[in-house]
Design a protein around this ligand. Structure first.
Ligand SMILES: NC(=O)C1=CN([C@@H]2O[C@H](COP(=O)(O)OP(=O)(O)OC[C@H]3O[C@@H](n4cnc5c(N)ncnc54)[C@H](O)[C@@H]3O)[C@@H](O)[C@H]2O)C=CC1
Ligand SMILES: Nc1nc(O)c(N)c(N[C@@H]2O[C@H](COP(=O)(O)O)[C@@H](O)[C@H]2O)n1
Length: 267
């Protein structure tokens, strides 16, 4: 991939109110405690007909390089980058941060997190870009969220993870195949992850847009940042859409050379 162009300066103040508030003064009732889940930013690039790829399992370039740089800038502001196993299999992504935080210092190392209940990753990790960036010290090995029952019945999963420096996060879902997001986020917080940028894919996005904290009723997403590109991907495209109506608040729009970006909070 061509190197990223510099970040368009106007994006910095535009994005700032929607980024994790690390190192800023926070009121005592909002102060970080271990009980609080991490800050969650949901961000992706979509067509104007709300598609994120041209068909299932196909990596599709949607955003302009200008907003691709923005995505890497956003990665530089988070501790972890979460995707579903479908995205890993479709895109062979690097899941690292290629935004230069400063010219003298180290690049920001973001921790990839992959939701993979049945550990499909094991068959594809060896030759993946994710593995390669980790071997080249250009990224970190992932945390992989796997169902506890799967790990118990397949002891080779643990040895594979140890061998490849993968951190295994075992979880027992209430339903046969679904994790409770809040449990995933709290487990990640215990591993010092205070902010998570969720990039997709469609199942993850649709599920998170529709999920709320069962105790507080609050949305699980703190900020939503969506790049909208001037393209229709058509009916065979992979659609993002919550299962029911969802109103956004604190909405701001930005328009660049090609794409528009909407930032918001969820009601
Ligand atoms: N344009 C963009 O910004 C992006 C586009 N994509 C595209 O999205 C597509 C992949 O989307 P999907 O196939 O929907 O895959 P996905 O990445 O959402 O992964 C789906 C899998 O994740 C697991 N999963 C998700 N939520 C779960 C939950 N609550 N509990 C348990 N397991 C859960 C399941 O194993 C499920 O099969 C690809 O074509 C990719 O190119 C992916 C990321 C960003
Ligand atoms: N910002 C953005 N624009 C697009 O057009 C995209 N297709 C994506 N996809 C996401 O970026 C990941 C690729 O990451 P690397 O550059 O390989 O690190 C991909 O997996 C999607 O999450 N994003």
């Amino acid at each position: 991939m061509a190197s990223l162009p510099p970040l368009t300066e106007s994006l910095v103040p535009f994005l700032d109110p929607y980024l994790p508030q690390i190192n800023r003064t926070v009121s005592l009732d909002k102060a970080e405690t271990d009980e609080n889940p991490p800050f969650i930013t949901l961000t992706f690039a979509q067509s104007i007909d709300s598609r994120i790829s041209s068909s299932p399992g196909v990596r599709t370039s949607i955003s302009h390089l200008e907003t691709k740089t923005m995505t890497h800038y956003l990665r530089s502001k988070h501790d972890a980058l979460l995707v579903g196993i479908g995205t890993f299999l479709a895109d062979d992504p690097k899941l690292n941060c290629r935004f230069r935080v400063n010219h003298n210092g180290m690049d920001h190392l973001i921790r990839p997190v992959i939701i993979d209940p049945t550990f499909k990753l094991g068959s594809f990790y060896e030759g993946s870009k994710l593995r390669q960036v980790s071997l080249d010290s250009k990224g970190l090995p992932p945390i992989v969220v796997v169902k506890l029952s799967k790990i118990r019945s397949n002891p080779e999963i643990e040895s594979f993870c140890i061998q490849h420096d993968i951190v295994l996060l075992p979880l027992e879902g209430e339903l046969a195949s679904k994790f409770q997001w809040i449990e995933v986020f709290k487990e990640l917080k215990k591993r010092s992850i205070r902010s998570i940028m969720v990039e997709g894919g469609a199942s993850v996005i649709n599920s998170l847009l529709s999920s709320r904290d069962s105790r507080s009723g609050q949305p699980l997403i703190d900020s939503l940042i969506v790049t909208i590109s001037p393209i229709f991907l058509g009916k065979s495209g992979v659609e993002v859409s919550p299962c029911k109506e969802l109103r956004l608040s604190d909405v701001s729009w930005w328009t660049g050379v090609q794409d528009s970006v909407i930032c918001s909070h969820l009601n």
